[in-house]
Design a binder for this molecule. Structure first.
Ligand SMILES: [Zn+2]
Ligand SMILES: [Zn+2]
Length: 257
């Protein structure tokens, strides 16, 4: 039986990266902090950079790919992404693997299922990763909920989902109206309420943990995000843990089994 763990190395507009480790394989979903910081945060979870087998990018925004080029070059790690994402990500001579937005593939003993999301980027995806029949779904920068996203995330043991903003905080906050509009749009980010909706719709008997990602420093607070999602799911799923991440901080590990 595998002992698989997941650690959030960083989350938020200052940089996103999640470490997923099985017995045999370690990979990063996004590498949006500097190479040096990736190395430092990996060490907090007892992982040597030489153990990383792949970096899977969700999209080309800097808060998701900032450290990818240097980390891949320094540690000889292949960089996975859709054609649109890789075209806009600096890569030197790092080995690149172009993935198709719906076709599953394997990295070691981890099965990876990419699926498209609506965020305003060239060709963004989210991922479900399955290790020894336990599924973890990671989706930040979601834009809005689609049936495809809900279907792909259903059945997960751990749901890691975006809870970018509290609706009231964003609306009364200091952001200029064009930015508010962009965040609120179907191609922007998902609110705490949206995270609650997704949690309810993608819930199954296997669900044990919901981890909230990409919280805005200005338009959200971790206690508000947690309470909003918890209040939505409490009645239906009293035993599911809801853990918010802090902007820019690491959290976990979360055990898949
Ligand atoms: Zn983005
Ligand atoms: Zn982002």
């Amino acid at each position: 039986m595998h002992d698989s763990s997941i650690a959030v190395l960083s989350s938020g507009s200052c940089g996103n990266s999640i470490l997923v480790s099985s017995d045999e394989t370690s990979l990063l979903v996004d590498a949006g902090i500097s190479c040096k910081e990736l190395e430092r945060r990996l060490s907090l979870f007892g992982t040597d950079p030489s153990r990383i087998d792949a970096i899977l990018l969700t999209h080309e925004h800097t808060d998701h790919n900032r450290g990818a080029q240097r980390f891949c070059r320094t540690h000889g790690v292949p960089l996975y992404g859709t054609e649109g994402t890789l075209a806009l990500t600096p890569h030197d001579d790092a080995k690149r693997v172009t993935l198709s937005r719906r076709r599953a593939f394997e990295v070691g003993d981890v099965s990876v299922q990419p699926f498209p999301v609506m965020h305003l980027a060239a060709d963004p995806v989210a991922y479900s990763l399955t290790i020894d029949e336990e599924k973890l779904s990671i989706a930040s920068d979601l834009g809005c909920l689609t049936k495809g996203v809900v279907d792909e995330m259903t059945g997960a043991t751990i749901l890691m989902i975006e809870a970018n903003y509290d609706d009231a905080m964003l609306r009364i906050g200091s952001y200029p109206s064009f930015l508010k509009k962009a965040i609120l749009s179907d191609h922007g980010h998902l609110s705490n309420d949206g995270a609650g909706d997704l949690s309810i719709q993608a819930a199954s008997d296997s669900l044990r943990d919901i981890v909230l990602l990409h919280l805005s420093k200005d338009n959200n607070r971790s206690d508000i995000a947690r309470d909003t999602v918890s209040s939505r799911i409490d009645e239906a799923m009293p035993n599911v843990r809801v853990t918010p991440t802090e902007h820019g901080s690491h959290s976990g590990p979360f055990r898949l089994r």
